[in-house]
Design a protein around this ligand. Structure first.
Ligand SMILES: Nc1ncnc2c1ncn2[C@@H]1O[C@H](COP(=O)(O)OP(=O)(O)OP(=O)(O)O)[C@@H](O)[C@H]1O
Ligand SMILES: [Mg+2]
Length: 149
């Protein structure tokens, strides 16, 4: 079942990412939606923190940033992709096969490439205002994750 929450601060958003990371299944996939400056990268930073990363920046120009954590973290930003073909051309299926944790900012750019089992996170709001976050699980692992958060 989906859940919505209101997060007042950047720290709250990062904390949500950390909690999600700790609950994600092996080979977990998180699709992030929301306008520029919504807080997608902030949430990803929280995921990275759960894996022991002190630093994580947006891979907008490189499309993907790979971190040698355990499990490995693959942070995608599809903002500059025009379609799924561009994602496949950069070896997306190999990333899926590597059983790491995948984060996809701007997932709405590549809807047909997203795995059926995943967590969708939509973030609304910008600037200094509070963010509305909608968590929409697809698949039993993610249903459980969202209900236990
Ligand atoms: N409650 C909040 N949650 C998340 N970020 C917040 C919040 N309040 C303020 N902010 C600020 O909003 C900005 C979010 O930036 P961030 O880079 O995470 O956005 P983004 O969604 O990744 O944008 P882009 O589409 O450009 O990648 C940060 O500067 C952060 O400090
Ligand atoms: Mg970002």
């Amino acid at each position: 079942m989906e859940r919505t929450m209101t997060l007042q601060t950047e720290q709250d958003m990062e904390g949500l990412g950390t909690r999600i990371a700790r609950a994600l299944p092996q080979g977990g996939f998180v699709a992030l939606y929301g306008d520029l400056g919504a807080g997608k990268t902030v949430l990803c930073r929280g995921v990275g923190r759960a894996l022991g990363l002190g630093h994580l920046s947006s891979p907008t120009f490189t499309i993907v940033q790979e971190y040698p954590t355990v499990p490995p973290l693959f942070h995608f930003d599809a903002y500059r992709l025009s379609d799924e073909d561009e994602l496949y051309a950069m070896g997306f299926e190999d990333y899926l096969d590597r059983n790491g944790l995948i984060l996809m900012e701007w997932a709405d750019r590549v809807p047909d490439a997203l795995p059926g089992e995943r967590l969708d996170i939509e973030i609304a709001g910008s600037g200094v205002e509070a963010r509305r976050v909608r968590l929409l699980p697809h698949g039993t692992d993610y249903e459980r994750l969202v209900s236990e958060l």
